[in-house]
Design a binder for this molecule. Sequence first.
Ligand code: GLU
Length: 294
Amino acid sequence: MTNSRTYSHTYRGRFAPSPTGPLHFGSLVTALASYLEAKSQNGQWLIRIEDLDPLREPAEATGQILNSLDAHGLFPSEPVHFQSRRHEAYHTAIEHLLSQGHAYRCICSRKQLQANHGRHPQHCRDDDSARDQPFAIRFALNEDQCLWHDQLLGPQHQVVRAEIDDPVILRKEGFFAYQLAVVVDDIAQGITHVVRGSDLLDMTAQQLQLYRAFEAKPPNWFHIPVIVNDKGQKLSKQNHAAALDNRTPVENLIAALNALNQQPPRSLLTGPVEDLLQWACAHWNRGAVHLTFE
Ligand code: GLU
């Protein structure tokens, strides 16, 4: 049911920002890395706005992000996709998981779960019939020692704990959660390669189990280092990361290429964005990226 259409491209990548604020330098680095990976392999590159949580998303953020990407010459191969328009698909996916025993209704509060070391005091996994109270829906994980291969970081080993780590896929407030929507949409859009920040590395083993539950082929994952501020915190809206200045796209892209350890020549500083991106695609050296981890 969540099967993607058949796409002829062997490489379909994407940049999938949550619109919690304007594009900042850290998100530009991720966008650029995913763009260069896709373009250097003659692939398609898509933009997906992950607007799942209106309470955390200022109304203007989506427009700001799309304007910034435009200003930096990062144009998608297809029209932008919005998760806020995909509620029906997420509903269908949840119904499917519930009917297959891969998901359950949970009435526990976070506090109760914490006090109970992650175990559900209401035994929601075995008896999810208490529907007269507000409930979340969780994905039922299998206990697993998950081994998978990251295209940049190499072999990964993640322990998945059933029940304790079961992710919420529909929140009590009625919002769909990232873990569900990202997998449903990557499948539906035929995404073959995901380049994203290493802050999402720990999500991957759970996502692999969702792929299995949907009987879909997972993408290749490539996690890049996250950009941190001088206190070592990830650049983010919460840490007051500055919005990119759209009037200086070439300077911003050169700084992003340097963060990815690509060493663009100084002569490109005075040229147009298109020349710089062309150079970056032709000289993209993914092997250099990991050096910035050291
Ligand atoms: N929307 C997520 C974020 O902005 C990224 C999702 C992903 O790349 O898997 O952090």
